[in-house]
Design a protein around this ligand. Structure first.
Ligand code: CA
Length: 110
């Protein structure tokens, strides 16, 4: 499954364009813009599993860096600072990675 089966291709494109500049990523606005915020809990979990590339059950730092590419293959990498900010926002239990429940909370808080 790809993100465009879950979310609108046009919304994804607009959201990626809005944060195309390095250092500009704002996860709350991005989650709203791609339409993830208004998806059902099941669909949010499906999105998580797309972003968990190695199917470890967590989105780790390496996967966070490439998270935008999970929405579109030609998207940019996040910067170190953006990865850090996103991890701090999502990693509620402090294990250094984002689990499915943490991801659901991150979307709900956006
Ligand atoms: Ca993973």
């Amino acid at each position: 499954m790809s993100m465009t089966e879950l979310l609108g291709a046009e919304e994804i494109k607009k959201a990626l364009e809005a944060f195309a500049a390095a250092g500009s990523f704002n996860h709350k606005k991005f989650i709203q813009m791609v339409g993830l915020k208004k998806k059902s809990p099941d669909d949010v979990k499906k999105a998580f599993h797309i972003l968990d590339k190695d199917k470890s059950g967590f989105i780790e730092v390496d996967e966070l860096r490439f998270i935008l590419m999970g929405f579109s293959p030609d998207a940019r990498e996040l910067t170190d600072q953006e990865v850090k900010t996103l991890l701090n926002a999502g990693d509620k239990d402090g294990d250094g990675k984002i689990g499915v429940e943490e991801f659901s909370v991150l979307v709900a808080e956006s």
